[in-house]
Write a protein that binds this ligand. Structure first.
Ligand SMILES: Cc1cc2nc3c(=O)[nH]c(=O)nc-3n(C[C@H](O)[C@H](O)[C@H](O)COP(=O)(O)OP(=O)(O)OC[C@H]3O[C@@H](n4cnc5c(N)ncnc54)[C@H](O)[C@@H]3O)c2cc1C
Length: 407
């Protein structure tokens, strides 16, 4: 049971890998994932969304010399990959944070050979872990942690950088100039030869092919009207995808009174406190709370971030005899994703391969890409596990959809 709880912290992405109980055998040389021999497509493409997947698709279109634009609803790129550099003496990932499975995936994602990425990473193996069951907190034994790391695949984090920096360094060159910010697509009309996209301010854009990378949460909330309507099989397939609400809270303390990790038992999603500075060689003490599913919904009932912070401090005071309030420095970052209009959730938390209905393009004109559309589920692809709901899943689906269009 303890092991199960620790697993929950080491992010739910790992569940399926554990079920497989196999460590992937990585290739020394990274295969060419850009492979595309003959281009059979001439025309314009519009990508909706400048997250990891939209940027990866754009990078590939750029390299293939295909004309494209990116319509992004917000005023920034990255989607669920964002960073803060002002809160602490190290940069903080506000969305995606862990490198799932192995650091060599980073080279694979940018088609670089070799296993060692050119950015410093940390093997993420926290040993000082506690768990909360009901209202009781207890230490997870060293042996349990040793056994866990001996038996299961672990994860990495960036040491002095973030996922945002990785995306920025590798996916934005020559692409960023094609992003039109503050352009929320509200209608996608694919009834004619060309697809017509209308943004909230009434501007119309026309393209031969459209790549939609908006989150499944935003799609499920009917943020985009389709003309004609989406096929009923696609709507059903979309509704079947679990995409839980959630947020991250970062609080600064004058001293570290907490262990590396505290996992809290919960009936859906996860609730984990973690030392955000773990392995970073930082002086600041930042405790993070990652809350998804039922725990996030309960916190949302408190209505405002200040009240959430007060409640969290009270909870921690209960576990640590008042030390949380004593050491709290009064500053926090509350990054909500579940109620963020353009995301409406965290990540796809069911790990089976996306169904054919979910992935199917609309009349070979509107294609779907993003972390949800992983067609292989959790299975080794070129020696890596491509975990649905992760950054790598988003990036690879961006490449794959361009391959499909160029076929
Ligand atoms: C709290 C949290 C923690 C996570 N932790 C990890 C982790 O540790 N490791 C990991 O690998 N993954 C993690 N993930 C998942 C990872 O962040 C996502 O899988 C990935 O970033 C998704 O990329 P995407 O391009 O598919 O979608 P998004 O990043 O959501 O990009 C979609 C873009 O579309 C835009 N958009 C939406 N609607 C419209 C519209 N109507 N018109 C125009 N633009 C629109 C959005 O603004 C956004 O920029 C985490 C996610 C969250 C929220």
């Amino acid at each position: 049971m303890k092991k199960h709880i620790v697993l929950t912290f080491l992010t739910s992405f790992l569940f399926i890998i554990i079920a497989l109980s196999v460590v992937a055998c990585k290739k020394e040389e990274t295969p060419n994932i850009y492979e595309n021999t003959e281009i059979g497509f001439q025309g314009d493409v519009i990508i909706v969304g400048a997250g990891a997947s939209g940027l990866a698709a754009a990078k590939k279109l750029e390299e293939e010399g295909i004309s494209y634009q990116i319509l992004e609803a917000t005023n920034k790129l990255g989607g669920r990959i964002q960073k803060d550099e002002t809160f602490a003496d190290f940069p903080i990932d506000l969305g995606a944070e862990w490198i799932h499975e192995d650091k060599s995936i980073l080279n694979y994602l940018i088609n670089q050979p070799g296993r060692e990425p050119n950015v410093e990473t940390i093997l993420y193996q926290p040993m000082n872990a506690q768990e909360v069951v009901g209202n009781t907190i207890s230490q997870i034994s060293n042996q349990d942690m040793v056994d866990y790391y001996a038996n299961y695949i672990t994860e990495y984090k960036f040491k002095n950088t973030t996922w945002y920096d990785f995306i920025d360094a590798n996916f934005t060159q020559n692409v960023e100039q094609n992003i039109i910010y503050n352009s929320k697509v509200s209608t996608t009309d694919y009834s004619g030869d060309k697809v017509i996209l209308t943004t909230e301010d009434g501007t119309e854009y026309e393209a031969d092919k459209v790549i939609l990378t908006v989150s499944i949460g935003a799609l499920k909330s009917n943020a985009i009207t389709f003309i004609p309507s989406l096929p009923s099989e696609k709507i059903t397939a979309m509704q079947d995808v679990e995409f839980l609400p959630g947020f991250k809270l970062f609080m600064k303390f004058s001293d570290q009174f907490y262990p590396d990790v505290i996992t809290c038992q919960t009936s859906s999603g996860e609730k984990t406190y973690y030392d955000v500075a773990y392995g970073k060689g930082a002086n600041d003490h930042v405790l993070g709370l990652l809350s998804t599913g039922i725990s996030a919904e309960n916190y949302y009932l408190l209505n405002d971030p200040n009240t959430i912070v007060d409640t969290v401090l009270q909870e921690l005071d209960g576990y640590f005899s008042g030390l949380a309030s004593q050491y709290y420095l009064g500053s926090y970052i509350y990054q909500d994703w579940g109620q963020q209009t353009y995301t409406q959730g965290t990540w796809t938390s069911d790990f089976q391969a996306a169904s054919a209905d979910l992935i199917a393009p609309l009349d070979d004109k509107v294609y779907f890409a993003g972390e949800t559309y992983n067609s292989s589920g959790i299975s080794p692809v070129d020696g890596f596990y491509i975990i649905r709901g992760s950054v790598q899943s988003a990036i690879l689906s961006g490449y794959e959809v361009v391959d499909k269009i160029l076929e």
